[in-house]
Design a protein around this ligand. Structure first.
Ligand SMILES: Cc1ncc(COP(=O)(O)O)c(C=O)c1O
Length: 415
């Protein structure tokens, strides 16, 4: 593996060169959305010139639009290691996809059936299931995360599973604490009880390669604007389920996946951006390895990025802990850094997260504050949900200098 090409990576992202008033802007708000490589921006605008036509026409721009749809689905199939592009469904957002698929799954379930949601998940993987439970009289069981390990532990899941469990909805990584769950082990337990597993991988996808075949889940969702792409949600579903389930669609739309799940006119320009975002990961894989397929280059890109991010995360966490009055809500032990993504949430004894976030913004450091829609997680941690946490989230285009600048700005903000 070659050294991480941070200078070349940063040159790919026009937004990183912005320095309003002569002060570089430091993007540490990445868990809320990342900046875009030039190739994604260009692909979107090119599609608006050469493919802004509907599908099924007898002319070139219509065929271009269809080709973009196929390219985006093929690229995302490699990105999550799906068996086929037909298992990929693209829509407006992860939340919209989950609301849609939950309705379809609910048609198979009866009053008294049980579903499991977690105290760790973003509302996008909680509220759709709570709404469904309300409509169908399902029993909701709450799976906590362990306050020592910061993860969901298999023994806690085991106690909730039973003959009427229909679904386990859980995240692969938390958007608040950053901890990573052992999805493969948890999905295997759910499967042994006859339940389906619906995985929210929105916060894992920017930091680890996703392999739906290895995870053994039934559905997995992610959002491309969190991993350098446009504002779209992407769902992978087990082919048999995508075939069998009834989709909420108009009568004349196709009955075949993915079309039956993507009813309405596709956002072709954003699909072009989605394909280009996978091209970006592929490019990074070429920069760091000699891997000889798109999938293996994507994996190589992630392995290099994970190493780079781990160093930054440790530097950030150590720096925060050295500031008096701070608490980090998540794994802080450098030896455990592989168990988390570099999303670091903290509180301060005296100053509220929104206050600190504003002071950081004035210094050119972009971060997030609040509960970040991880409503149950802040409640489970006993944090005031009105103010939540200060969330500082890195991705692989960040640098050690930016971490130091963030820490210096944080010290100034807290004094
Ligand atoms: C873990 C997690 N799940 C789901 C979502 C919602 O994704 P979308 O905006 O695509 O609906 C987010 C957004 O921040 C998230 O962090």
């Amino acid at each position: 593996m070659r050294p991480f090409p941070i200078a070349r990576v940063r040159r790919e992202f026009p937004a990183l060169a912005q320095s309003p008033n002569g002060r570089p802007r430091v993007f540490m708000d990445n868990p809320a959305g990342t900046q875009l490589p030039r190739r994604v921006i260009d692909a979107i605008s090119n599609a608006m010139v050469g493919a802004a036509s509907n599908y099924g026409g007898f002319f070139e721009n219509s065929r271009n639009a269809e080709a973009i749809h196929a390219r985006a689905h093929g690229a995302m199939a490699d990105f999550v290691n799906a068996r086929s592009p037909d298992e990929i469904v693209v829509a407006q957002s992860m939340t919209a996809l989950t609301l849609h698929v939950s309705r379809s799954l609910g048609r198979r379930w009866a009053p008294g059936d049980e579903i499991i949601v977690t105290r760790m998940d973003h509302e996008g993987n909680v509220s759709p299931w709570l709404l469904l439970a309300e409509d169908l009289d399902l029993v909701v069981k709450w799976l906590p995360f362990n306050l020592d390990t910061w993860r969901i532990e298999p023994e806690d899941l085991r106690t909730l599973l039973g003959p009427r469990t229909r679904l386990l909805a859980l995240n692969a990584a938390s958007n608040l604490t950053g901890s990573i769950n052992d999805v493969a082990a948890l999905a295997a337990l759910a499967r042994s009880a006859g339940a389906l597993t619906y995985v929210d991988a929105v916060q894992l996808a920017p930091h680890r390669p996703i392999d739906v075949q290895a995870l053994g889940c039934d559905f997995l969702v992610c959002s491309s604007y969190k991993y350098f792409g446009p504002h779209l949600g992407v769902l992978w579903g087990r082919r048999q389920l995508l075939d069998e389930l009834t989709a909420y669609k108009v009568r004349c739309a196709s009955d075949e996946p993915p079309w039956k799940w993507e009813t309405g006119t596709p956002q072709t320009e954003l699909l072009a951006g989605l394909a280009a975002c996978v091209d970006y990961h592929d490019w990074l894989g070429r920069e760091v390895s000699d891997a000889d397929s798109r999938r293996t280059r994507i994996e190589a890109a992630y392995h290099a990025a994970t190493d780079h991010e781990a160093g930054l995360a440790t530097r950030l966490i150590d720096g925060i802990l050295a500031i008096p009055g701070t608490t980090v809500h998540g794994i802080t032990d450098p030896d455990q850094v592989a168990g988390r993504v570099p999303t670091v949430s903290m509180t301060h004894a005296r100053m509220s997260p929104p206050q600190v976030a504003q002071r950081l913004a004035r210094q050119g450091v972009c971060v997030w504050s609040g509960h970040n829609y991880a409503l149950e997680a802040v409640r489970h941690l006993g944090i005031d949900e009105a103010t939540g946490v200060l969330r500082i989230g890195l991705v692989h285009y960040n640098t050690g200098e930016e971490v130091d600048a963030t820490l210096a700005a944080l010290e100034r903000a807290l004094t």
